[in-house]
Design a protein around this ligand. Structure first.
Ligand SMILES: Nc1cc(-c2ccc3ccn(Cc4ccc(CN5CCCCC5)cc4)c3c2)n[nH]1
Length: 239
């Protein structure tokens, strides 16, 4: 996968050199190219923003630099076009399903807005996805891009070692994951649930599913709506 990122703060994307995404780049699974939007300005002050029509707080990002940047970046390869992703508070809520869909794309371009956002005509012309990573307002799209790219990269083939599997991800079966434990067996007087040390893998799987169902019912009942459950699950949910 190739990912191009356009931003006025390229340094904000440095964390993508670390850990999981950094290794994916070293292995050639993912190529990330970060671009400074100001490269496509033409004035001496390298202006990327202007006052909003209609008044209101803050500034809006001008269309010309964005159009010049996206035209050049997407023209890179003949007859292939990237999926253009624009993080925004007004976007579609980002989910694991969406991450899975983006992970199937060969080429993504992320447009990181700042100020109060990007001129709507750029979004209309270029955006394939407008994505929100949550119902709170960040100062720009860079942090959202880090989040989206991390969720997508861990789904790429070979990125997660065989010790971890995306199949066991929370949300992969639509439930929250339950509690996890490691050594010591007793810590501050609290014992690891004995079933987890029993070696009875069927009992362990049942226990883990019941914990996931109960936690989901408590914290995210919305994830349980419009779903059919097997009898064993219904017993847990009714308890
Ligand atoms: N999930 C999530 C993604 C983002 C995100 C993503 C990209 C950008 C680009 C700029 N910002 C800052 C921003 C955007 C919108 C407002 C609201 N403002 C009200 C008055 C009319 C204009 C708009 C305020 C500041 C961004 C914020 N935040 N949260």
């Amino acid at each position: 996968m190739r990912a191009d990122i356009v931003t006025i703060f390229p340094a904000y994307l440095e964390p993508l050199r670390l850990s999981l995404v950094g290794r994916a780049q070293e292995h050639g699974t993912l190529q990330i190219h970060t671009h400074d939007l100001r490269m496509w300005t033409t004035d001496v002050h390298r202006t990327v923003d202007d006052a909003p029509y209609g008044g209101g707080p803050g500034m809006v990002m001008r269309p010309e630099p964005w159009d010049a940047a996206l035209s050049q970046i997407t023209a890179r390869v003949a007859d292939s076009r990237p999926r253009v992703v624009v993080p925004t508070p007004a976007g579609t809520p980002f989910t694991q399903r969406h991450a899975e869909e983006l992970a199937r794309e060969p080429w993504l371009v992320f447009c990181c807005g700042r100020y109060e956002g990007i001129d709507a005509r750029v979004i209309e012309t270029w955006a394939d996805d407008e994505i929100s990573i949550g119902d709170y307002v960040l100062a720009g799209g860079e942090a959202a891009t880090l989040v989206i790219l991390e969720a997508v990269t861990r789904l790429l083939p070979g990125v997660l070692g065989n010790s971890a599997s995306v199949a066991d991800d929370s949300f992969s079966d639509g439930l929250l994951e339950g509690p996890v434990y490691t050594r010591p067996p007793v810590w501050r007087g609290t014992e690891v649930p004995p079933v987890l040390r029993s070696g009875d893998h069927e009992a362990i799987a049942r226990w883990r599913r019941s914990q996931a169902l109960r936690r989901t019912l408590l914290r995210r009942p919305d994830l349980l709506e419009h779903r059919e459950f097997a009898e064993a699950d219904r017993v847990v949910l009714a308890a």
